[in-house]
Design a protein. Structure first.
Length: 219
């Protein structure tokens, strides 16, 4: 991953590389690990990505240009997500298809896939301390951006993701925690879509029952 980034301009002159080493066991999940790394990053932009991402041709100069074209209030961007109307927008090559370009980009979104995210450091956004696991932190950051009066976007930045993604028992456990946390925080039951699932942010006992019913139907 690092070699592919350095080959297209993300070199020592403009980039620092940080990671959490979970090879010997999970020292930190995505929420805790990213909070730690974001807190120590010094760059104006912070890229949060999976290690099975490979850059192809688009590099540092392209990413700077794509970000510069966004609304001044943007806080987080990525290469794949879902709009408020439920439309998929993405620019990616992965096991689902080669050189995919879906939707008109850039596009404002309510959720972002975690394979590649760019966070503005001056937005001061962090993943929720109350959540854990390895899923839905892209959508978590989108919701934090919304509460801060900022926006989230998908931009035309083509890369290769080696994994098709995974929805398993661990995913549904995080989804339950996520829906209940954000439903309570927003104070109302709200629905939104991600690339992998439909979320019911559940406020109150009835909202939690509705969310549990939706999750059971998706399993």
């Amino acid at each position: 991953m690092r070699a592919s980034f350095e080959a297209v301009g993300f070199d020592a002159g403009c980039t620092e590389y940080r990671h959490i080493d979970n090879a010997g066991g999970n020292r930190a999940d995505a929420y805790a690990g990213l909070r730690q790394m974001i807190g120590t990053a010094r760059g104006a932009y912070i890229i949060l990505c999976h290690q099975d991402v490979r850059l192809i041709e688009d590099g540092a100069a392209v990413l700077r240009a794509r970000l510069a074209a966004l609304d001044p209030g943007w806080a987080v961007a990525g290469n794949a997500g879902v709009t408020a109307e439920g439309r998929f927008v993405l620019r990616i090559s992965d096991p689902h298809g080669e050189n995919r370009h879906v939707g008109t980009l850039p596009a404002q979104v309510v959720s972002l896939d975690e394979n590649f995210l760019v966070l503005r450091s001056d937005s001061l956004l962090l993943p929720s301390a109350e959540l854990g696991g390895f899923h839905l932190y892209g959508t978590d950051l989108c919701l934090h951006a919304r509460l801060a009066g900022r926006s989230a976007w998908v931009v035309d930045f083509h890369l290769r993701h080696l994994s098709p993604g995974r929805v398993d028992a661990g995913f549904f456990a995080v989804q339950k925690q996520f829906e209940e946390h954000w439903g309570a925080r927003l104070g109302r039951t709200e629905k939104l879509r991600t690339l992998a699932t439909r979320l019911t942010l559940a406020a109150g006992p009835l909202g939690r029952v509705i969310a549990a019913w939706h999750r059971s139907r998706r399993r």
